[in-house]
Design a protein around this ligand. Structure first.
Ligand code: PMP
Length: 499
C-alpha cells in the first residue's frame, strides 16, 4: 500500500488467496479476488484501459460523452473512470436488470437509458449505437475493443506471472463474457508459461464453446443471430447470447486447452460456500469459475498450483437467486434469541423511558427557558416539525411536505444548533407535555399538535389534515395524489415491529 494521486491508480494488483476448506488436500488452489478493485470487479481494469486508449488515439475528446450498453460491472467501472476524468457517461440497459445497478450507476453520476426487456441485449446495444451516432458520443464497444484484452495483457497476466515467478503454474481457470480476460491473460501465459493449462468454464446449458459451432455473422463480420447453443443462464456477466470477437480470437489462436461446463445450482452453491467457509464474498460467476477449478484440482497431483479468477463482489446480487432464502426480518430462531433476554426488543421498554409512551411529565419537571423557546419556534412558521436529523420517520415527513409543496420549519433537536446547554434534550419534555407523546417527530400546524409521522399520514388519508391546512390558509399543491405510506422507511415490515 502506498499513497495515490487518483483512485484509478488503485485498479489491479489484486491478491491471490489460497483456499483452505474448499480445495482438495495437497492442491494449491488460489483465487484471484477481483473484488479488491475499487468498484469491486475485474471490469475496472478494462474500463480504465478502454478510456485511456481512446484518449491516446484521439477518438475521445476532453469532456466528450462516453456511452456503452452494459448491465453491470462494465458500466460501474466506466462510471468511476468517467467521474474521475470528467467525462459524462450514458449507459443503456434493458429494463429487467436489477434496480440496484441502475441506482449505483446514477449515484456515480451516470445517466441510464432503459430499453424494453423484450429487445434483450441487442436492443441495449442498438440504442447505444443510435445515441452515439445522433449525439456524437464515444462508444466503448467492450466486446470487440482490443484495449479490453490489452488491459489483461498488461495487468492481470503480469500479476499472475509475477506471483508464480519461482514456481510452476499448472492451470489457469476463467469464464468469459466479452472474452477480454480470457484473450488477454491466456495470450501472455501461452508464451511466458506454456505449461500452464488454460481452462475455460461456461454454463452447461449454453455450451457455445463446447459445441465447437461458430458464431453466425454476415460478410462484414456483424452479428446476424444469437449463437445456436445459447440459452439463458444464471451466471450474469458470463456467456452473452453470442461469441464476441475477443472470444473468437482466443479460440482461433488456439489459446484454450479445455472447456468445462458448469451447472447453475453448483455455481450458486459454491459462491455461498466461498462466503461461509472461506470468508470470501464474491458474485455468481466466481462460484461458477470455482466449480470448474475444482474439477481441475481433483484430478491434479499434490503440489499443483491452480489459479481461479473470481470476477466480482457479491454485493451486486442481493436481489438475485444467490440471496434466495436470505430474509430481511428476524426468522423464528432469531426471534427466539431476541426473547431469550428481557431488554432491547420490540414491545419491551426502551432504557430510561416509560413502558407505555405518552405519559406526560409534570409541569414542575419542565424548564421555563425550553418552554419559552418552544413557544417562539411554534410562532415562527405555521407548520413546525420537531425532528431528529437522522431519524427516518422525520425524513418521511419531510418528503411528504416536499411532495405537497408545504413550507415548514424543521427544528432538529440533535443538530449542532441545539446542542449547547442540551437545549434539544430539554425541549423533549416540553413537547411530551404538550403532545402527550414522547416520540419524535412531532408536527404542529398553526400551533396545534398533529402527532407524529403515522398520525400525520392518517390525517392526510382521512381528509382532516387537508381541512386543517385550508382552515389555516396554508398553501399546498391540491393536485398531488400520494399514499404517504410509500414514503415510510423501506425496512418497515410488519414482522419487524410486532412480535
Ligand atoms: N463475471 C462477471 C461478473 C462479469 O461482469 C464479467 C464481465 N462481463 C465476466 C465474469 C467476464 O469477464 P470478461 O468480459 O473479461 O470475459
Amino acid at each position: 500500500m502506498a499513497r495515490y494521486d487518483s483512485i484509478l491508480e488503485t485498479i489491479g494488483n489484486t491478491p491471490l488467496v489460497r483456499l483452505d476448506a474448499l480445495a482438495p488436500a495437497g492442491v494449491n488452489l488460489y483465487v484471484k479476488v477481483e473484488a479488491f478493485n475499487p468498484m469491486g470487479s475485474v471490469k475496472d481494469r478494462m474500463a480504465l484501459a478502454v478510456i485511456e486508449a481512446a484518449e491516446r488515439s484521439g477518438e475521445l475528446r476532453p469532456g466528450q460523452t462516453v456511452i456503452e450498453a452494459t448491465s453491470g460491472n462494465t458500466g460501474i467501472g466506466l462510471a468511476m473512470v468517467c467521474a474521475r476524468k470528467g467525462y459524462p457517461l450514458v449507459v443503456t440497459m434493458a429494463e429487467n436488470f436489477s434496480v440496484e445497478r441502475r441506482k449505483l450507476l446514477r449515484y456515480l453520476g451516470a445517466r441510464v437509458v432503459l430499453t424494453p426487456a423484450a429487445e434483450k441485449g441487442t436492443g441495449m446495444l442498438n440504442k447505444a449505437i443510435e445515441l452515439a451516432e445522433a449525439h456524437g458520443y464515444y462508444l466503448c464497444r467492450q466486446f470487440e475493443n482490443e484495449a479490453n484484452a490489452d488491459a489483461h495483457v498488461r495487468t492481470t497476466a503480469r500479476e499472475i506471472l509475477a506471483d508464480f515467478a519461482d514456481e510452476p503454474l499448472h492451470a489457469w481457470v476463467s469464464g468469459f463474457g466479452t472474452g477480454g480476460t480470457l484473450k488477454g491473460v491466456a495470450s501472455v501465459l501461452k508464451l511466458a508459461s506454456p505449461a500452464t493449462r488454460i481452462v475455460v468454464a461456461e454454463p452447461d446449458n449454453a455450451p457455445m464453446l463446447g459445441s465447437g459451432l461458430g458464431q453466425p455473422r454476415d460478410a462484414a463480420g456483424e452479428l446476424t443471430a444469437s449463437h445456436p447453443r445459447f440459452r439463458p443462464h444464471l451466471m450474469q456477466g458470463w456467456s452473452p447470447d453470442f461469441l464476441s470477437r475477443l472470444t473468437e480470437d482466443a479460440v482461433a489462436a488456439g489459446l484454450i486447452d479445455e472447456v468445462l461446463p458448469v451447472a447453475g445450482d453448483e455455481a450458486l452453491r459454491l459462491t455461498r460456500e466461498l462466503a461461509r467457509r472461506e470468508g470470501i464474498f464474491a458474485g455468481t460467476t466466481s462460484g461458477a469459475t470455482l466449480a470448474a477449478a475444482l474439477q481441475v484440482a481433483r484430478r491434479s497431483p499434490p503440489g499443483s498450483n491452480i489459479v481461479c479468477m473470481l470476477p466480482d463482489t457479491g454485493e451486486r446480487y442481493l436481489s438475485t437467486p444467490l440471496f434466495e432464502g436470505i430474509g430481511e426480518a428476524m426468522d423464528d430462531a432469531e426471534l427466539a434469541l431476541s426473547r431469550s433476554t428481557p431488554g432491547y426488543r420490540f414491545g419491551a421498554a426502551a432504557a430510561g423511558q416509560p413502558a407505555s409512551p405518552g405519559v406526560p411529565l409534570r409541569a414542575d419537571e419542565q424548564d421555563a427557558e425550553a418552554e419559552r423557546l418552544v413557544e417562539t419556534l411554534l410562532a415562527s412558521e405555521p407548520v413546525v416539525m420537531f425532528a431528529l436529523e437522522w431519524c427516518e420517520f422525520c425524513w418521511s415527513v419531510r418528503k411528504f411536505f416536499a411532495r405537497l409543496g408545504i413550507a415548514y420549519h424543521s427544528v432538529d433537536l440533535d443538530s449542532v444548533a441545539y446542542q449547547s446547554d442540551d437545549l434539544g434534550g430539554r425541549i423533549r419534555p416540553v413537547l411530551a407535555a404538550r403532545t402527550g407523546s414522547v416520540t419524535i417527530p412531532q408536527v404542529f400546524i398553526g400551533g396545534e399538535p398533529m402527532g407524529g409521522c403515522t398520525a400525520l399520514f392518517d390525517a392526510w388519508r382521512n381528509g382532516s389534515l387537508r381541512r386543517r391546512l385550508e382552515a389555516q390558509g396554508i398553501a399546498f399543491d391540491r393536485s398531488v395524489e400520494i399514499d404517504p405510506d410509500d414514503l415510510l422507511p423501506g425496512w418497515l415490515h410488519p414482522r419487524m415491529t410486532t412480535a
